[in-house]
Design a protein around this ligand. Structure first.
Ligand code: AMP
Length: 175
């Protein structure tokens, strides 16, 4: 597996999306290249293959794009974390703060439990609000969050610091 492949060549900057002032990191060029996509999954798998993790949990929608292939690569359970009203069985929920107002994430109540060792995964770490809500959701079940992993980290937004003391791993960091 090559770690010299520069993934930044496959991540496109879209200014002012979805609103003015946001520089959106578009990962669709990466997804459209199977060698590069596989390389990302391989790098994540290498990092977390030997850590006693039994579950990958990821938030919709782009977290699923990386979470499901990683779960299969490592032969682990995959647990979806979803927006309100999407999951069919009984759920637990966690509210979190947005710039304006609040949002909510849900997980099936029987998806994870005490003793489980969970890796949280998302495509982009920005302010960290989404992944902190996921961490609280997992903590509610009594399971342990071993680490948070990302394909892209926007280092200048300081999300990593807000996740302390949880370990953070990112494949690509924009300092
Ligand atoms: P945050 O909760 O601020 O860490 O934001 C993380 C979530 O929003 C992730 O699920 C990302 O997919 C998305 N996101 C936030 N900022 C960006 C950005 N600049 N480019 C792409 N996705 C972003």
């Amino acid at each position: 597996m090559s770690t010299s492949l520069d993934l930044r060549n496959f991540i496109r900057d879209i200014p002012d999306f979805p609103k003015p002032g946001i520089l959106f990191k578009d990962i669709t060029p990466l997804l459209s290249n199977p060698i590069v996509f596989q390389n990302v999954i391989d790098r994540l798998a290498l990092e977390f293959s030997d850590r006693g993790i039994d579950t990958i949990a990821a938030a919709e929608a782009r977290g699923f794009l990386f979470g499901t292939p990683l779960a299969l690569a490592l032969n682990l359970a995959f647990v979806p974390i979803r927006k309100p009203g999407k999951l069919p069985y009984k759920t637990i929920a966690q509210e979190y703060q947005l710039e304006y107002g609040t949002d909510r994430l849900e997980m099936h109540q029987d998806a994870i439990g005490p003793g489980r060792r969970v890796l949280l995964l998302d495509d982009v770490l920005a302010t960290g609000g989404t992944i902190r809500a996921c961490r609280k959701l997992v903590a509610q079940t009594g399971a342990e969050v071993v680490a948070c992993a990302f394909v892209v980290e926007l280092g200048f937004l300081g999300g990593r610091q807000t996740l302390e003391p949880t370990e953070v791993f990112s494949v690509v960091i924009y300092p």
